[in-house]
Write a protein that binds this ligand. Structure first.
Ligand code: CAA
Length: 283
């Protein structure tokens, strides 16, 4: 399939790597020239890890990287059969991209968003053919996590969903179908757990290390909740809280003050070098 990815950040780069690895031809629209080199470096480093772990052959790595091309104009996505939007989690920015994408990509291309907090129906309303709009929600790190949530909005067609399912399966990932409700399946379960850990820290219930060790060792999670918040990004966790609270009006979904203050202060986790913990380098 000819696939476009809009945005070359953490998720966009991870999605592009995953898609190219499955043999699809990928164009990444990254309009900020200075962001392209770090984006490609992220993909290269990730494939190096896969190579070192014996998950990828050197020849496959070269072929994967050759299938990825960065473009700066949306018009260069004109021949794409599927475009996955993975820009910053900001409603206005995403809506603007959907309006512009409609003008540039062919009329039967599927338009997907990787949003974790914005209703797909709202993005679909920005285009005149909402039946081709859906959510394709990947998890971080996209090349490693085995799930993609496929989100059907009110007007998403059965044909769009069937094509999306085949596409996700071609990536060797498992599909979970979700209604277009804030949080979808995973974040509606995960985020209340993460914010409960933040509240626990805020209330002095236990130290950050003990909260994380408790869940990593006691429940076999790969990382504790505060480390996971840092990994996801506190701004993203906060945005998901806001959308859950807005949708369901339940107090347990509201962002705790500590999370809001850390987000306002720019302590966003790994990507900013500091969150609940301090980091030397981002990955
Ligand atoms: N391609 C394929 N495989 C790769 C790879 C790549 N580019 N890079 C790494 N891998 C493999 C490694 O070989 C390794 O495989 P094995 O387990 O078979 O050895 C595995 O992926 C883990 O990689 P690393 O060894 O580099 O890293 P790690 O062991 O320290 O694990 C982690 C890191 C995968 C992030 C792990 O800590 C983890 O799973 N954490 C939880 C992540 C999580 O919960 N993500 C979801 C967040 S929620 C979200 O994203 C949604 C949202 O909307 C907020």
């Amino acid at each position: 399939m000819r696939v476009g990815v809009v945005g070359g950040g953490l998720m966009g780069a991870g999605i592009a790597e995953t898609v190219a690895r499955a043999g699809h031809d990928v164009r990444i629209h990254e309009p900020i020239a200075a962001a392209r080199a770090p984006s490609l470096a992220r993909i290269t480093a990730s494939t190096e890890r896969a190579l070192a772990a014996g998950k990828l052959e050197a020849q496959e790595q070269r072929a994967l990287l050759e299938r990825i091309v960065y473009v700066d104009e949306l018009a260069q996505l004109a021949d794409r059969e599927l475009v996955i939007e993975a820009v910053v989690e900001d409603r206005a920015v995403k809506l603007d991209y959907f309006r512009r994408l409609e003008r540039h990509v062919c009329a039967d291309a599927l338009l997907a968003s990787n949003t974790s907090s914005i209703p797909i129906a709202e993005l679909a309303a920005a285009v005149s053919t909402p039946e081709r709009v859906l959510g394709l929600h990947f998890f971080s790190p996209a090349p490693v996590m085995r799930l993609v949530e496929v989100v059907a909005a009110l007007d998403t067609s059965e044909q769009t969903l069937a094509t999306a399912r085949r596409f996700v399966e071609s990536l060797d990932k498992t599909v979970v179908m979700s209604k277009d409700r804030a949080g979808f399946v995973v974040n509606l379960l995960l985020v209340p757990y993460l914010v409960a850990a933040v509240r626990m820290l805020e209330e002095g219930f236990a130290t950050r290390e003990d909260i994380d060790a408790a869940m990593a060792l006691g429940c076999g999670h790969p990382m504790g909740p505060l480390t996971l918040c840092d990994f996801i990004g506190l701004d993203v966790v906060s945005a998901v809280c806001d959308s859950l609270f807005e949708e369901f009006k339940r107090a347990e979904y509201a962002a705790p003050p500590l999370l809001s203050r850390m987000t306002s202060a720019g302590r966003l986790g790994r990507k900013s070098g500091r969150g609940f913990y301090t980091y030397q380098a981002t990955r």
